[in-house]
Structure formats: structure tokens, C-alpha cells
Design a binder for this molecule. Structure first.
Ligand code: NAI
Length: 350
């Protein structure tokens, strides 16, 4: 366990169990240096504790880096719930989780992530005020995440293909959930040619029909002969097995932790594939939650989220200048902010 904490530089790990509801949850706080640690709650049927531990630690670090790079006064944390065997009382499970969050006294703020729905967060909110993005505050981060990825895509296209906009480009989207499906709609409107895939083939089929485009089974998405690959499902999808199969020249996606290991950034570089850092691309949801809590209006939030494109452009220039991968450059810049600044100037966000 300590090896994982050391590897990911996670400062604190909290374990919670509640036999009455079957709750088994981990909450990792990577850093609270710039502000309270914000990060979603993931609920998945993890095969074992080690997988859950790895996931929560890597994701918590990703949240710190994401907030730092986006210039937000927030730290990074994450929660995972090891989903109990079905059937279980979902409302009771999330209320118990809300209790756990509350015990951390505001140092961790929870939100939505894979496997968690707004209705679950509503249950969490009955036990703690340290939850963002539930029905009560009316903030749904997913559309802003999609908007930020769209802005990043524009910047990526400029760098990789020296042209503007997605019109006529062939884009393969992996994962058609909250974010991937919105991106598909936006890109269809922008005139891109799409190939869609989801673990749930009915979902892919339905959306492809609606957009009059094509879909492929989930595992075939890596082999699609396309210009751009967009990972919008789960992490670890860019690895030694999948990278040799990719045909795209550019990767811009919403999924967290797309690279299975640090070596994979180099693998992509060697293949001439421009990889844009996931935690910069997908910061739109986080930005919207942070600004929404400061009562900023929609126009201000959208402008800030669209700014992700500009930040990515600068980062890609810097990475090229230093001859390192964009992923390395993003880590370098985030670490500088995490080490250089303190939470003294943090907004009052919680
Ligand atoms: P979601 O849970 O709504 O959708 C994920 C979709 O991916 C589902 O339709 C699922 O069936 C599909 N999927 C899972 N494994 C797959 C595979 N191997 N191949 C193809 N499809 C697969 O999740 P959401 O909210 O759309 O998020 C997508 C990714 O973006 C996640 O990694 C999440 O952590 C990340 N993200 C989401 C944010 C948000 O605001 N929703 C914010 C930042 C990151």
C-alpha cells in the first residue's frame, strides 16, 4: 500500500467501511496545498482492493495536476467505492458514503465520476455539504467537459494538421457516455466524419443512427483508419498493445489517465502521434464547478473553459521547444505550480 502512495505521491489515504450498507470506499487526498481537494467518486465492481487503490491514487494525483494547470485554487483528491454485489440498496450506500465525506470536514469535496449518477450525489448531499454537482446546486459538469475537449481538439488540429476546424476530418470516438455523446453531437454539427464505439453496442448503434454515421464494436476502435482518436471511456487505453494499432495522427480525449504508463507518451511520440494531455483537455467540468460555486454566470464559465484551447496551444509550443512530450510538459508545469504556490491566495470555494 505505501509503495502505491509513494509512487503516486499521495499524502493521505482514508478507508471507510459500513457493513450495514456494504460500503467499502477509499478516499485519497493527493494535495490540499492550493485548496480543498476536489475530485469525483467512482463506483465500479473492482476485482480487488489493489486495483481500487491504484485507481484512486492515480486519479487523485491527476486531479491535483488538473486543478494546478487550470490555475484553480483547489487541491486534488478522489474517491472510489468498491461496488457491492447486486442487489444492494443504492441510496443507503451513497448516504453512508456521504457520511464518510463529511468526516473529512471539507478537506475533500466529492463530485460525479464513472459509475455515479446525479441521483447518487443527491443522497450524498443529505449527509454532507461537501459535494458539488448534485440536483440541489444544479451544476452538471459534463457539458463543460465536452466544451473544453472540443476547444482542445481545435488547438490540436491546428498544431497537428495546420488547419482550422474538424470539418471533413475522420474522428473515432471511444465511449459514448455523458461526455463522448455530447462530443459526437458537436462534431457531427461541425462537419466531421465520425466512427463511434461503446462497450454497450446498443448505445453506439443508437447514436450512430441518429447522427447518420458509422459505429464499430468496442475493441475495433483502435484499428479505425482515422485522423483523430478520442478516448472518452476509461483510463489506461493507450498502452503497448493499443498504440501500435492506432492509425490516427492526433489524440484528444476526455478520459482520465489515458496513458497506461509514462513510457506510453514516448511510444506515441515515436510513432508521430500527437498526444494532448488528458487532464488539461478535460478540465472544463472542474472549472465549471469551481466558478459555479463562486456564482459566476454561464458566459464567464464558457469563456474560461474555452481558454483550455489556448492553454493547450501554448503547452504544445513549449513541449516542441524543449523536445519533450506534451504529457511531460504538462506534468512539469503542474508540478511547478504545486510546488511554487501555496493556498494563501485561494478563493473561498467550500
Ligand atoms: P460515462 O460513465 O457517462 O461514460 C463512459 C462510457 O464509456 C459508457 O458509455 C461506457 O459504456 C463506455 N465504455 C467503457 N469502457 C469502454 C470501452 N473499453 N470501450 C468503449 N466504451 C467504453 O462517463 P463520462 O462522464 O462520459 O466520462 C468519460 C471519461 O471522461 C471518464 O474517464 C471520466 O473519468 C472522464 N471525465 C469525465 C468528466 C465529466 O464531466 N463527466 C470530467 C473529467 C473527466
Amino acid at each position: 500500500m505505501f509503495a502505491t502512495l509513494e509512487q503516486t505521491d499521495v499524502a493521505e489515504l482514508h478507508q471507510f467501511r459500513d457493513p450495514a450498507t456494504g460500503l467499502r470506499a477509499l478516499i485519497a487526498l493527493h494535495s490540499t496545498r492550493l485548496g480543498p481537494a476536489l475530485g469525483g467518486c467512482r463506483c465500479l465492481p473492482y476485482p480487488d482492493e489493489h486495483t481500487a487503490l491504484n485507481d484512486v491514487c492515480r486519479l487523485a494525483r491527476g486531479m491535483s495536476y488538473k486543478a494546478a494547470l487550470a490555475g484553480l485554487p483547489l487541491g486534488g483528491g478522489k474517491a472510489v467505492i468498491m461496488e457491492p454485489e447486486k442487489p444492494y440498496n443504492r441510496a443507503a450506500l451513497y448516504r453512508a458514503f456521504g457520511d464518510a465525506v463529511n468526516r473529512l470536514g471539507g478537506r475533500y469535496i466529492t463530485a460525479m465520476d464513472a459509475g455515479t449518477e446525479i441521483t447518487d450525489l443527491d443522497q450524498v448531499a443529505t449527509q454532507t455539504r461537501h459535494v458539488w454537482g448534485f440536483s440541489g446546486d444544479g451544476m452538471d459538469p459534463s457539458p463543460y467537459t465536452a466544451l473544453g475537449v472540443f476547444a482542445a481538439l481545435d488547438a490540436g488540429i491546428r498544431h497537428r494538421f495546420q488547419r482550422h476546424g474538424a470539418r471533413g476530418l475522420h474522428i473515432a470516438i471511444q465511449g459514448l457516455g455523458h461526455v463522448g455523446s455530447q462530443l459526437a453531437l458537436m462534431l457531427a454539427r461541425a462537419g466531421a466524419r465520425l466512427t463511434l464505439a461503446d462497450l454497450d453496442p446498443r448505445r453506439a448503434h443508437r447514436l450512430a443512427d441518429r447522427l447518420n454515421t458509422q459505429w464499430v464494436p468496442a475493441d475495433s476502435i483502435y484499428d479505425v483508419n482515422c485522423d483523430i482518436f478520442m478516448p472518452c471511456a476509461l483510463g489506461g487505453v493507450l498502452n503497448a498493445d493499443t498504440i501500435p494499432r492506432l492509425q490516427a495522427g492526433l489524440i484528444v480525449g476526455a478520459a482520465n489517465n489515458q496513458l497506461a504508463s509514462d513510457d506510453d507518451a514516448q511510444r506515441l511520440r515515436e510513432r508521430g502521434i500527437l498526444y494532448t494531455p488528458d487532464y488539461l483537455n478535460n478540465a472544463g467540468g472542474l472549472i465549471s464547478l469551481a466558478l459555479g460555486h463562486r456564482q459566476k454566470d454561464n458566459g464567464v464559465i464558457r469563456q474560461q473553459v474555452i481558454g483550455i484551447g489556448h492553454t493547450l496551444s501554448q503547452l504544445l509550443d513549449e513541449a516542441a521547444r524543449h523536445q519533450i512530450s506534451p504529457a511531460q510538459m504538462a506534468d512539469r508545469q503542474a508540478e511547478q505550480r504545486l510546488q511554487g504556490e501555496t493556498g494563501k491566495h485561494a478563493w473561498k470555494v467550500a
